[in-house]
Design a protein around this ligand. Sequence first.
Ligand code: BJW
Ligand code: ZN
Length: 242
Amino acid sequence: MRNYESIREWIKNLKKIVFVTGAGISQESGIPTFRGKDGLWRNYDAMKLATIDAFYENPKIVWEWYSERRRNIISALPNMGHRAIAELEKYAEVVVLTQNIDGLHQKSGSTKVLELHGSILKIKCTVCNYRDEILTEFTENPPNCKCGNILRPEVVWFGEQLPQDVWQEAIIHVNQCDLMIVAGTSLVVSPANILPTYAKQNNAFLVEINPEDTEMSLEMDLVIRDTSANALPKILSLFKEN
Ligand code: BJW
Ligand code: ZN
């Protein structure tokens, strides 16, 4: 049975660590995950709201869902899991590939974060090229762009492509990493869920941190059945002792 000790040898000559993170890593900061018991918002299936069709059919509901989540995210603090990842930069090159849109990795001090699914702190126009950060909450729901069309959160919905520059850069890091730590994601959403397979093809050591089984648990070199705020500080301490 492999345990934390199995990483100890592996980290001796380690150059690059890639994290693939999902909603579970922010759960201990008070941000609900998508699937499981948290997946409902006022009786709406959250996953049915995360599409462009849902937005055009009911822009007020979808915009309100994002406004409420944004308020919660802005007041949330990074937890011990985010902080441990940020501190690991003292010991190795660390790249965070996150599916989260909450900005908590950056808030905890991580300097290399690629947001695969965009950011709830940014908006873009549904028609023209206008994009901006959200500095104050809008009073209109949904707000209008200067061009007269509606604005939307700059996030990636189902059926939409990931930002291609971000995705290409993510693949380059994955192909270079010695260690990949997959934390707090169910790995059901593509294409992010292919990243561990790419890392494995490149002989990286794969670690999963998740209280539950995922689609890829059997492919992992080490599975830590714990929450990320418990497990990541323990991994950090292995680096400190090394
Ligand atoms: C803990 C913990 C703790 C709890 N510590 N762990 C059929 C039709 C149309 C499309 C498709 C189709 N079949 C496949 C597709 C492709 C689709 C897809 O994958 N769908 C699947 C659901 C089947 N993907 C896409 O459409 C993507 N684009 C794309 O593929 O483009 C090309 C294409 C186009 C058209 C057709 C086909 C291909 C885009 C995906 C965009 C996903 N967007 C969202 C919303 C973002 C904005 C927002 O936040 O509102 O991203 S959906 C949602 O899921 C969000 C998340 O980033 C993403 C992943 O979820 P995540 O992070 O894994 O969270 P959970 O809740 O699933 O899991 C949490 C985990 O944490 C659990 O395992 C817990 O156990 C664990 N946990 N507490 C550690 N304390
Ligand atoms: Zn516009």
